[in-house]
Each structure stands twice: as structure tokens, then as C-alpha cells.
Design a protein around this ligand. Structure first.
Ligand code: HEC
Ligand code: HEC
Ligand code: HEC
Ligand code: HEC
Ligand code: HEC
Length: 292
């Protein structure tokens, strides 16, 4: 829990306390579905008095607060979670972990390619991890108030309108190129030249499949990615993401990143080309059927 709450926090909550009396809560524009349009209000998650959690939240555990609705039969029944879903590679699980600790040292021998929180480059992600004592949790990766940041999901809205956009998965920082994955899993983010550099083979470096590379750049690949079942994909948006289906199962697609903004042209392989983060049918969270 944070020792001191910011002045802005108190002003916001006092304002909310007042405004709730006059029924103007929606003026504060938390993005859907975490707003009144889905039956969610500030005080669904916050309480002004005797709050057990940091930021005056209703549960001492951030994840348990989320799970209070994101549970079978809860308000967020459509996207449920249980603690037993958390993955342990090679053992079991269907979702990225949400209570694991970041390593104390940054070292390329880390089994997950993770680095120490203090070395993260994104200020917002680093600050959130520090708030939670270097333990990942839902609100490290998600900002439950805002849909502003851009997700990877090729089916999410490509633009953001405050108070209206409801399908960008509440990202903490932009993740359209999997910047979020790469910041924590720093050593997994290898280029082709790093992954094929013999001088790095010193017995401790752990090598990974290259990312950030243009598909078929080395001439090893088919011209367009096939899905996880080996079925052809199409490129309906014309942006080289190949997010279209032939087999009618969008969840098993091997999607590339978005070249439409001109900075990444054409589509490149990223972590989420092969992995999914939640509702996966494999314990290394590889991309396959959505088992929600
Ligand atoms: C779905 C649950 C949820 C809802 C709804 C929600 N909050 Fe939050 N809020 C949280 C959590 C969890 C944190 C602490 C984690 C964080 O900082 O993101 C937080 C943090 C905050 C903070 C301090 C950190 C920051 O973001 O600056 C303020 C201020 C805040 N909330 C205000 C509000 C107000 C005002 C509303 C309603 C208009 C609201 N919240 C609705 C869950 C929620
Ligand atoms: C390591 C980061 C991380 C953690 C921890 C995490 N998430 Fe996510 N979550 C993501 C990302 C990234 C996406 C969007 C993936 C995409 O763009 O395809 C997502 C998507 C979601 C979705 C939308 C899923 C869908 O199929 O529509 C929900 C709901 C969700 N997260 C809730 C949670 C809850 C609740 C927790 C904690 C119990 C949690 N997440 C923990 C990164 C995380
Ligand atoms: C008061 C109930 C409530 C709480 C508490 C709550 N959520 Fe939600 N959340 C919802 C509802 C309702 C939806 C919409 C579910 C649906 O699609 O039917 C939702 C959807 C989401 C989505 C998917 C939105 C999208 O754009 O696809 C994410 C991500 C998410 N919640 C994260 C969180 C996180 C992280 C927390 C904890 C900080 C949390 N939620 C706590 C009610 C809640
Ligand atoms: C905030 C830091 C953070 C972010 C962001 C993050 N991870 Fe992780 N990841 C972790 C930690 C910590 C573990 C658990 C290591 C352990 O169990 O000791 C982990 C574990 C994993 C695992 C192994 C399965 C598991 O859950 O233990 C996979 C696969 C993975 N991450 C992929 C991703 C992908 C893909 C993204 C981007 C969408 C991502 N991670 C984003 C910190 C992060
Ligand atoms: C070309 C596909 C592909 C890409 C790209 C990819 N992964 Fe993986 N990843 C896999 C597969 C397959 C496994 C499971 C390996 C196994 O079971 O031995 C895996 C396993 C993992 C694990 C679990 C630990 C382990 O070794 O089993 C982590 C953590 C992980 N990947 C993180 C990432 C991150 C972070 C990125 C992006 C920087 C990424 N991966 C990019 C396919 C990929």
C-alpha cells in the first residue's frame, strides 16, 4: 500500500462523493464497460471510509477486487477468472500469472527472460509495479479506468473516444507492438541477428524465437502465416496483419503487428503472434482456441 495518497486522489474522491449526491457520477467518464452502462460505479471498487486496499479500494488484494465481479455468476460473468487459472509453464494453467514476483536482478539467464523492475523503460508500467512491490497483478497491466491505450487485439476499435470506447481491454500502456510484454520480458525480445549471433552463446544466455522481424524476411516462411491448426489466414483489413479466418476460429490466428500506421511496415512477428494472455488451452499460453 502506498504511504501517502496524492492530493489529486483526494480531490477526485471528494468530488465523486459530492457528485454522487447530485447523481452526476457519469460526468467523470470512466470508460465502459467499467461504468454505469454496465452497472459499475466508482463505489463498486472504491470506498471512502475504512478501505482495506490501496487507492481506497474495497479489497486488500487487487486481483481479488477484480475477481469479485470477474467470476462465474458475477457482473463480469462473460470474462471470468479463478486463481487456479494462473499458468505454471510445463505444469498447467490457462492464463498469464497475476501474482508472480519480478526478479531481483536483471540477467539474460532468467528462465522467463524477465528483468528487474528498476530497469523497465516505460515509466507508467514501472511505477505501477513499484506500487505493488514488484509483484505483477491485474492493475499493473490494466488501467481499469481507461480504454485510451492501444491493445494488440486486431478486433478492438482502432480509435479511442473517451466514455464510449469499450473494447480496448483497459491497457496500462500501449501494447500494439507488445511493448508491454517486451518491457518486462526484456531478454525474450530477441532480433534475428541476436538469436543467430554465436558470440552470445556463452552458456548462460537463453535464446528465444526472434520477434520484431518481417514475416518471411529470411525466406524460411510461407508468404502469409497459417493459423495454429495449419489453415490459411486472410488479410481483410489490408494491413498485413493476416487477422482473417478461413476456418471460422479467430482465436487461433497467428496475427502480425499493425503496419497501417506506417512505423512498422509490413507486419512483424510479436509475442502475441504466438501467445495469448488469457483463456488459452496451453500452459505456456501459446495461441490456440479461446477457452473462455
Ligand atoms: C473496476 C474497478 C474500479 C472502478 C469502477 C473505479 N476504480 Fe478507481 N481504482 C481502481 C483500482 C484497482 C485502483 C488502484 C490501482 C490503480 O492505481 O490503477 C484505482 C485507483 C484510483 C485512483 C488513484 C490512482 C489514479 O488512477 O490516479 C483514483 C483517483 C480513482 N481510482 C478514482 C476513481 C473514480 C473517481 C472512479 C469513478 C468515476 C473510479 N476510480 C472507478 C479501481 C476502480
Ligand atoms: C501480464 C499482464 C496482464 C495481467 C497480469 C493481466 N492481464 Fe488481462 N490482459 C492483458 C492483455 C495484454 C490483454 C489484451 C490482449 C490482446 O490485446 O489481445 C488482456 C485482456 C484482458 C481481458 C479481456 C479478455 C477477452 O478475451 O476479452 C480481461 C477481462 C482481462 N484482461 C482481465 C484481467 C484480470 C481480471 C486480471 C487479473 C486477475 C488480468 N487481466 C491480469 C494483460 C494482463
Ligand atoms: C464491479 C464489477 C467489476 C469489477 C470489480 C471489475 N470489473 Fe472488469 N468488467 C466488469 C464488467 C461488467 C465487464 C464487461 C463484461 C462483459 O463483457 O460482459 C468488465 C470487463 C473488463 C475488461 C474487458 C474490457 C474490454 O475492453 O474488453 C477488462 C480488461 C477488465 N474488466 C479488467 C478489470 C480489472 C483489471 C479489474 C480489477 C482492477 C476489474 N476489471 C474489476 C466489471 C467489473
Ligand atoms: C509487468 C511485467 C510483465 C508483463 C507486462 C508481462 N509479463 Fe509475462 N510474466 C511476468 C512474470 C513475473 C511471470 C511469472 C514468472 C514466474 O512464474 O516466476 C510471467 C510469466 C509469463 C509466461 C509463462 C506463463 C506464466 O504465466 O507463468 C508467459 C508465456 C508470459 N509471461 C508471456 C507474456 C506476454 C506474451 C506478455 C505480453 C502480453 C507478458 N508476458 C507481459 C511478468 C510480465
Ligand atoms: C514463434 C512463436 C513464439 C513467439 C514469437 C514467442 N513465443 Fe514464447 N513460447 C512459444 C512456445 C511454443 C512456447 C512453449 C515452449 C515449450 O513448451 O517448451 C513459449 C514459451 C514461452 C514462455 C514460458 C517459458 C518457457 O520457456 O516455456 C515465456 C515466458 C514466453 N514464451 C514469453 C515470450 C515473450 C515475452 C515473447 C515476445 C518477446 C515470446 N514468448 C514470443 C512461442 C513463441
Amino acid at each position: 500500500m502506498r504511504a501517502a495518497l496524492s492530493r489529486g486522489f483526494w480531490i477526485a474522491l471528494i468530488t465523486v462523493g459530492f457528485m454522487s449526491f447530485v447523481g452526476l457520477l457519469s460526468a467523470l467518464a470512466i470508460d465502459p464497460p467499467h461504468n454505469a452502462s454496465f452497472g459499475v460505479r466508482c463505489n463498486s471498487c472504491h470506498t471512502i471510509h475504512n478501505a482495506p486496499g490501496g487507492s481506497l479500494t474495497r479489497d486488500a488484494s487487487n486481483a481479488n477486487l477484480c475477481l469479485s465481479c470477474h467470476t462465474s455468476g458475477g457482473l463480469a460473468n462473460a470474462v471470468p477468472f479463478t486463481d487456479s487459472m494462473q499458468a505454471s509453464p510445463g505444469v498447467g494453467g490457462t492464463s498469464h500469472a497475476w501474482n508472480a514476483t519480478m526478479p531481483t536482478l536483471s540477467d539474460p539467464s532468467n528462465a522467463y527472460g524477465l528483468r528487474n523492475t528498476n530497469d523497465l523503460s516505460n515509466v507508467a508500467l514501472k511505477a505501477k509495479l513499484q506500487n505493488y512491490n514488484n509483484v505483477i497483478t491485474c492493475s499493473v497491466c490494466h488501467n481499469q479506468h481507461s480504454q485510451r491505450k492501444e491493445p494488440w487485439d486486431p478486433y478492438s476499435s482502432s480509435t479511442y473516444t473517451a466514455g464510449e470506447t469499450k473494447d480496448r481491454h483497459f491497457q496500462r500502456i500501449d501494447d500494439q507492438y507488445n511493448q508491454m510484454c517486451e518491457d518486462c520480458h526484456y531478454y525474450r525480445a530477441m532480433s534475428y541477428s541476436q538469436a543467430s549471433d554465436p558470440s552470445l552463446a556463452n552458456g548462460t544466455t537463453i535464446f528465444s524465437h526472434p520477434i520484431g522481424e518481417i514475416f518471411n524476411a529470411q525466406g524460411y516462411d510461407s508468404t502469409a502465416p497459417l493459423d495454429a491448426n495449419g489453415v490459411a489466414q486472410t488479410d481483410p483489413q489490408g494491413n498485413n496483419r493476416y487477422a482473417g479466418d478461413v476456418d471460422g476460429n479467430p482465436a487461433n490466428n497467428m496475427v502480425l503487428d499493425n503496419s497501417a500506421d506506417g512505423t512498422s511496415n509490413p507486419g512483424k512477428v510479436r509475442c502475441l503472434s504466438c501467445h495469448r494472455i488469457h483463456y488459452v488451452d496451453s500452459n505456456s499460453l501459446t495461441n490456440s482456441t479461446d477457452i473462455k
